[in-house]
Design a protein around this ligand. Structure first.
Ligand code: PLP
Length: 421
């Protein structure tokens, strides 16, 4: 039975819009990423790409080295702990950590945080002091420069993320002396979705150089260096994950040059990845609700739009979505739109599609990252999509078995939280 047929069967059973995630692909992506990296480099999985518990568990568990967890909320904290991550394996990041969630994280056993500013570091320290512990903190740096190769134009940009590299020296003494915290290293995340291997390597080199210089300038310990990510994968489009055959060699050489103790874990080197690890595990199966023409253009209206996929880009902001379909013989051009009452509910314009009619299934490939949890699920009150996780059934012939069927709990009802005092 081909994967295509089984997705159609799953759609018949569970309805659409439907996500199907294949755990064998999650494991393959994890194996590949560790293979592209020098041995000993730690990988933090960015939960925001897809916090589905089965995917998180597959990334944490073997065979081979497992991923650690990069989280930014108490919801992600709960998922990480339930998946078996220990506090030691989790890095808590984000620009708006509240006192309440910091206390909860420290109580949950977390001892490693990324601090985005001096005041953020003080908030982390206050939570640690309240719980009677000292926590390790990475100083997140907003670098004033980027590598020429990366094409990232972050130079000098103001941001809620990180401490400006050009002024961090002014607060170095204060950063070193926040009660409840111990500065353990640096965290730089300067690009997502790198254009190619050269851009990725160039930016990592630049990051390592910046971190080495800052460490000397700030006189902070460097027990851990998180050099960020940028590993790429297609998003709602046909294609394969990138390959990085030169990365391990070039990254090792740069680390040997600047941080010669790294092979013994001085410092520990970490990278972060979301989309690369889960992107190609997912397929979004939608149904055509209607087809219409307007002023010479065809509109294929699907039963899921930016409420299920790419919601972060639906309002023309981040993560531009321009899907392709993986269904049938492509014969014509159409706009693929969702059911929401906003002209922003577009998954793709001028998409090449087969002749489609109401009831037909449309499969959108490479939708395992930034799907339901990154979409406008509450907008217009449609039910959240069912998410089916499948895996190899062990027969070795590619047949799949359903591991779980779930949907993100989302309510259209407003729950009374008690009257105002
Ligand atoms: C979003 C994010 C990631 C993951 O980005 P991908 O492009 O999905 O790999 C990693 N680290 C940080 C700090 C992020 O904000």
């Amino acid at each position: 039975m081909s994967a295509r047929n089984s997705n159609e069967e799953l759609a018949r059973t569970y309805g659409t819009p439907l996500y199907v995630y294949d755990l064998s692909r999650v494991r393959a992506a994890r194996r590949d990423l560790f293979r592209w990296l020098p041995e000993g480099v730690e990988v933090y999985y960015a939960f925001k790409a897809n916090p589905h518990p089965d995917l998180v568990r597959a990334l944490r568990e073997g065979p081979g080295p497992g991923c650690r967890a990069e989280i930014s909320s108490t919801g992600e904290l709960a998922t990480a702990l339930e998946a078996g991550h220990t506090g030691e394996e989790i890095l808590y990041t984000g620009p708006g950590k509240t006192p309440g969630e910091l206390r909860e994280a420290v109580r949950g056993g977390l001892r490693r945080f990324s601090a985005e500013s001096l005041s953020d570091l003080e908030h982390i320290g206050a939570a640690a002091v309240a719980e009677g512990v000292v926590v390790d903190c990475l100083l997140r740096i907003n670098s004033a420069t980027a590598s020429a190769a990366s094409g990232v134009r972050m130079t000098g940009k103001a941001s809620q993320f990180g401490i400006d590299s050009e002024t961090v020296g002014d607060v170095a003494a204060a950063l070193r002396n926040v009660p409840g915290t111990s500065v353990a290293g640096l965290h730089l995340f300067s690009q997502s979705n790198a254009a190619d291997e050269e851009a990725l390597i160039g930016e990592f080199r630049h990051t390592i150089e910046t971190a080495t210089r800052l460490q000397e300038e700030l006189r902070v310990p460097l027990r851990m260096l998180d050099i960020g990510g940028g590993f790429t994968a297609p998003y709602g489009r046909v294609g394969d994950r990138a390959a990085y055959p030169k990365l391990a060699g070039e990254l090792s050489a740069e680390l040997d040059l600047r941080l010669p103790g790294w092979r013994e874990g001085r410092p520990r080197i970490a990278v972060e990845s979301g989309r690369y690890l889960v992107g190609d595990s997912g397929t979004l199966v939608t149904s055509v609700s209607n087809v219409k023409e307007s002023r010479g253009r065809k509109f294929v209206i699907l039963d899921g739009g930016i409420n299920v996929f790419g919601g972060m880009s639906g309002l023309g902001r981040l993560l531009p979505v321009s899907v392709q379909v993986d269904t049938g013989e492509p014969t014509e051009q159409a706009s693929l739109v969702g059911p929401l009452c906003t002209p922003g509910d577009v998954l793709g314009r001028d998409v090449t599609v087969p002749a489609l009619a109401p009831g037909d299934l449309v499969q959108i490939p490479n939708t395992g990252a930034y799907g339901p949890s990154a979409s406008l699920q509450s907008f217009l009150g449609r039910p959240s999509p069912v998410e089916v996780v499948i895996d190899d059934d062990g027969s070795g012939d590619g047949s799949k078995v359903v591991v779980s069927v779930s949907r993100i709990e989302r309510s259209r009802t407003y729950t009374e939280r008690g009257a105002a005092a």
